[in-house]
Design a protein around this ligand. Structure first.
Ligand SMILES: O=c1ccn([C@@H]2O[C@H](COP(=O)(O)O)[C@@H](O)[C@H]2O)c(=O)[nH]1
Length: 278
């Protein structure tokens, strides 16, 4: 399988720099005139996939909104992943997992092994149990041409208290994550498969140098749209390193449904706005 970074690079060149999140919030289901149950979830998620998978580089289902319905919600998620990929979108499943190594292997098998019913192109991971605990994900991703995105500088304001903290090695936690990604991506062309999550809402650190966001892999930038992040914020945060930034928006696009044309037009408009990034 072609490495994820290569596939993502081609998808962004062909389809643009937007990732749309498939986040079936209870409130959105109601706004769409649907019940907050499995049938509503299925209608919402598959309508979104049908409208957007043919035009977006990446769709990012948020696993939590499917898991809240138990096994029947997860069955809907399996269809979302399959149908989005069949329509040509890459699927980045937002799971934010991370555990001791042996359990990480089981998660990696669940989400990155093509033999699994939930196999997708990439997942989000939390490095809180230590970067080495994620090695099974890295090895499994390499084996199957998949990708991972590590939480580095998240879009929520509470993140900085952990991510800006200075560790025993004198590095801030986020610097450590970014340096690890840089090593994982070494030599990969045109783009590594090991990405970082860096919110479209983050502020410059209060002390210390700016974070080095040139680590050879893709950046997922959630917080674009409903959380207040704008194209100007992306330019401020990433500057000349914005070539591999994938802006991610969920509610701002989804609230335009269930009309597929309105959602698709919004995506085209955002693609045009994001084209100004370096
Ligand atoms: O730092 C992060 C990491 C992940 N997310 C997820 O992205 C979407 C954002 O949804 P919006 O409706 O566009 O606000 C959601 O699934 C989050 O869990 C994030 O927001 N920030």
């Amino acid at each position: 399988m072609t490495p994820f970074g290569t596939r993502l690079h081609a998808a962004m060149a062909e389809r643009g720099r937007l990732c749309v999140g498939v986040d079936p919030h209870a409130a959105l289901l109601r706004e769409w005139g649907l019940d907050d149950d499995v049938a509503g979830l299925e209608r919402f998620a598959l309508t979104t996939v049908e409208a957007l998978a043919p035009i977006c580089a990446v769709l990012k289902p948020q696993s939590a909104f499917f898991e809240r319905f138990g096994s029947r919600g997860v069955a809907v998620l399996e269809r979302v992943v399959l149908e989005a990929r069949a329509a040509g979108a890459l699927v980045l499943l937002d799971i934010k997992r991370g555990d001791i190594g042996s359990t990480s292997q089981a998660y990696a098998d669940a989400y990155l092994d093509p033999a699994s019913p939930l196999a997708c192109d990439a997942v989000t991971l939390s490095p809180y149990l230590g970067l080495g605990s994620l090695d099974p994900f890295v090895e499994t991703a390499r084996r199957h041409g998949a990708g991972v995105f590590l939480l580095a500088l998240t879009s929520n304001k509470e993140g900085a208290e952990v991510q800006h903290a200075v560790g025993a090695d004198g590095l801030r936690v986020a610097d450590r994550v970014l340096a690890h990604l840089s090593a994982l991506n070494e030599g990969a062309e045109p783009l590594g498969s090991f990405g970082a999550v860096v919110g479209a809402t983050i502020s410059a650190p209060v002390t210390g140098p700016a974070f080095d966001l040139d680590f050879g892999g893709p950046v997922l930038a959630p917080g674009f749209g409903a959380q207040g992040g704008t194209v100007a914020d992306l330019q401020r945060i990433f500057g000349s390193s914005s070539a591999h930034v994938l802006a991610s928006s969920s509610r701002d696009v989804l609230r335009l449904g269930p009309d597929p044309v309105a959602m698709a037009e919004a995506v085209h408009g955002l693609h045009d706005q994001l084209a100004v990034l370096a």
